[in-house]
Design a binder for this molecule. Structure first.
Ligand code: UDP
Length: 242
């Protein structure tokens, strides 16, 4: 697997198929797969969270989650040709779990979002084992959350606390968890529950989902400006470190 460095952050050149193909091996051996999204926001804000960057460096799969990452790779003559969106990867993991009767644990999001998502997942993925869930506003301590997850020993753990909380939580607790596949999934529970709409077809077709989400949520509007900052930062870093 080839890896590219963007402004000091590693991103792996891989596809959905590459990742899914490796799942059975990780589940069988009990080795830990950490499928972590790398996107412009993380690269722009990464300096403020050095432990997150360190966690990404130590992860097994650093997915190119964003068309900006593909663009920088192209401009620097790299190998990343295809985006691996965190949301789509989660869907592929859920499909795998359904086909193979694997067990999944869901940690994060508002309690009502979590409840509505689980209700939908039960219908859409009837053979998947929903081993447990904890909402993202729980008063449980890290150790208690880890205990609850370990008691059911799930194959997959999806964690939806947003950046940087989800990566920080994983960084603190990864070693203590008996789980094979970990994924940080940001706002995916909100979309799967139906509380947040997916972008219209036009935005999806041109890989502009991030733009739709930024425009439709005033809290995220500032993220629009992160893309040019990310492009500038990554290209400058590449010039200096080539
Ligand atoms: N969240 C949470 N606990 C927190 C903060 C956030 O469970 O303390 C959840 C929030 O409810 C949402 C998700 O984390 O479901 C973050 O979504 P956002 O769209 O901000 O993340 P992104 O996709 O941009 O990483």
């Amino acid at each position: 697997m080839k890896t590219e460095i963007m402004a000091g952050v590693p991103v792996d050149c891989l596809t959905y198929e590459d990742i899914i193909r490796e799942v059975p091996m990780y589940i069988k051996t009990g080795e830990k797969m950490t499928a972590i999204s790398v996107n412009p926001q993380i690269i722009v804000e990464g300096k403020k969270h050095p432990e997150v960057i360190e966690f990404i460096k130590n992860s097994t799969h650093r997915i190119p989650d964003g068309i900006g990452i593909v663009l920088v790779s192209k401009l620097t003559k790299g190998n990343i040709k295809q985006r691996v969106a965190g949301f789509e990867l989660m869907i592929k993991f859920l499909e795998y779990a359904n086909e193979n009767c694997s067990s999944c644990f869901f940690y994060g999001a508002h309690p009502d979002v979590l409840k509505d998502m689980l209700r939908k997942l039960e219908i859409e993925y009837p053979k998947m084992n929903i081993a447990g869930s904890i909402d993202g506003y729980t008063s449980l301590k890290d150790e208690e959350i880890v205990d609850k997850i370990n008691q059911v020993h799930p194959d997959f753990l999806f964690i939806a606390l947003g950046f940087p909380k989800q990566e920080q939580w994983l960084n603190r607790n990864l070693d203590k968890l008996n789980v094979s596949i970990f994924q940080d999934v940001g706002g995916s529970f909100d979309v799967l529950s139906g509380h947040v709409k997916r972008a219209p077809a036009f935005f999806l077709r041109f890989h502009l989902e991030w733009l739709y989400r930024s425009l439709s949520n005033p809290r995220r509007i500032g993220r629009i400006f992160q893309l040019p900052v990310f492009l500038f930062k990554s290209l400058l870093w590449n010039l200096k470190n080539r």
